[in-house]
Ligand binder design. Structure first.
Ligand SMILES: *[C@@H]1O[C@H](CO)[C@@H](O)[C@H](O)[C@H]1NC(C)=O
Ligand SMILES: *[C@@H]1O[C@H](CO)[C@@H](O)[C@H](O)[C@H]1NC(C)=O
Ligand SMILES: *[C@@H]1O[C@H](CO)[C@@H](O)[C@H](O)[C@H]1NC(C)=O
Ligand SMILES: [Zn+2]
Length: 425
């Protein structure tokens, strides 16, 4: 509100009058309580009991539990069902308000490194763009900003390319995607902290120097920019892109069910445009996915291939290995991947004791078709392709709305895991 008032002073009442309606369209979660409901492997019976409730789903089906937000007027009716629950957010609206007080990012003096205060709060899409430009400008000899295309609404899908002593494009690729799902805000921050350390620690840390000299890094913090902006203007819980579809009033396709590989297998995505996991009308038919596919093909074909791909998500604290489309399928190097994931989980736990579960995506969490990891493994020929689901677990509080105080710890523990993985793989 402070910013809005300042803008109004600068631009006069007309500007305020145009800004306010947008805020009035913001979905309010004030007073919503979020529960994790134990299903004891019978989600169908829990769902039947929830039929009369205006629930907002937080997770997709897992065998173990359903995470749902309940509107304030239905909380007492919900509690009288007597289900086995834990509270994830006492008042979701209050937690969103706390998370939503962004510190202003003012940029830096020419070629200075932005300070770590960046990790004290969340930020807007434009600030993320500026932050990457500033980081890159401080290390112009070993990095560049690139754009792989535009989103449905025309926002840039950008990233940073970082290299070491071998020169630009001379080594196998390490390739990261953040913010595939719009509401998973912590993911951009975590890949930014990894980026920050890869750039700033090269002269200070022999491990960082060695991994920088061994790989070319391609890091894209916000690959679903329209959805991300929408979470900040309209609905904090938005997940998909913002592409409309003919024949439906519902908007948005799940970019992580749209990859053109195993897209047509049944059971891991929805054909309903209103669903959170809507797969699209055809494989690879979102502008964001088309840009990502073209860029993945480019990395695959450029000579050194893709050594590591990670799709960063939240929440649940998982390291998920191939595959999503079939719970029996395993990558050819599955044993090696499992050994690495186990050791990475141990490194992640070192700073704060945070526990990450690891295993094949389908059998560990749920089936997903048209997902990035399956595409990267079998089509883009990545040696290792993982999904990491960041903090929190959901048990004991929180979900997509992770308090700002947990940004830096989340990033620090992932950096420990990544340093180990990059040096070992
Ligand atoms: C790197 O090390 C130098 C000398 O020890 C120190 O002055 C500098 O602050 C360090 N840089 C970072 C980013 O940690
Ligand atoms: C697979 O695609 C074909 C058309 O390309 C369609 O007729 C069929 O229903 C699809 N099957 C599934 C399981 O999505
Ligand atoms: C896949 O990548 C490996 C190197 O990681 C390479 O040896 C192999 O030839 C590639 N396969 C294909 C089909 O491109
Ligand atoms: Zn996600």
């Amino acid at each position: 509100m402070k910013l809005l008032a300042a803008v109004a002073v600068l631009l006069g009442p007309l500007a305020l009058a145009t800004a306010v309606p947008q805020l009035e369209h913001r979905v309010s979660y004030d007073g919503y309580r979020v529960y994790r409901i134990a299903t004891h492997h019978n989600a169908a019976s829990v769902k039947a009991q929830l039929k009369g409730f205006a629930t907002v789903p937080f997770n997709l089906d897992t065998d173990e539990h359903l995470d749902v937000a309940i509107p304030p007027g239905q909380i007492s009716a919900f509690e009288s069902l007597g289900l086995e629950t834990e509270v994830m957010h006492e008042d979701l609206g209050a937690d969103i308000a706390e998370e939503g007080s962004f510190a202003a990012y003012r940029g830096v003096e020419a070629q200075a490194v932005p300070s770590l205060t960046w990790f004290d709060s969340y930020h807007s899409y434009n600030d993320h763009v500026q932050y990457f430009n500033d980081l890159q400008a401080a290390f112009p000899q070993n990095s560049e900003i690139f754009t792989i295309g535009n989103s449905y609404q025309g926002r840039s899908i950008f990233g940073i390319h970082i290299w070491g002593s071998g020169g630009k494009g001379s080594k196998p690729a390490v390739y990261f995607h953040g913010t595939v799902h719009a509401r998973e805000w912590i993911t951009a921050k975590v890949v930014e902290y990894i980026t920050y350390n890869l750039l700033t620690q090269y002269d200070n840390d022999t491990t960082v120097r060695a991994v920088r000299d061994s790989y070319d890094f391609y890091i894209l913090p916000v690959v679903n920019p329209d959805g991300f902006v929408y979470t900040q203007t309209n609905d904090r819980l938005w997940r998909k892109n913002r592409q409309p579809r003919s024949g439906s009033s519902c908007v948005g396709t799940d970019n992580n069910r749209n990859w053109p590989y195993m897209w047509n297998v049944s059971g891991g995505a929805s054909t309903n445009p209103c669903a959170e996991t809507y797969k699209g009308q055809a494989a690879g038919d979102t502008p964001e996915n088309q840009a990502l596919v073209a860029f993945s093909q480019k990395l695959r074909n450029q000579g050194n291939g893709i050594r590591l791909y990670i799709d960063w998500h939240s929440y649940g604290q998982y390291i998920l290995l191939p595959y999503g489309y079939n719970c029996q399928a395993r990558a050819a190097n599955h044993a090696r991947q499992t050994t690495l994931a186990s050791a990475v989980a141990a490194r992640i736990a070192q700073p704060y004791g945070t526990r990450f579960t690891y295993g094949p995506s389908c059998s560990t969490l749920y089936a997903t078709t048209g997902s990035s990891v399956d595409y990267m493994t079998d089509v883009a020929n990545a040696t290792y392709a993982w999904t990491i689901e960041l903090r929190p677990t959901g048990s004991g509080g929180g979900g997509f709305v992770l308090p700002p105080a947990q940004i830096l710890p989340s990033a620090v523990e992932q950096w420990e895991g990544m340093k180990y993985l990059l040096a070992t793989m």
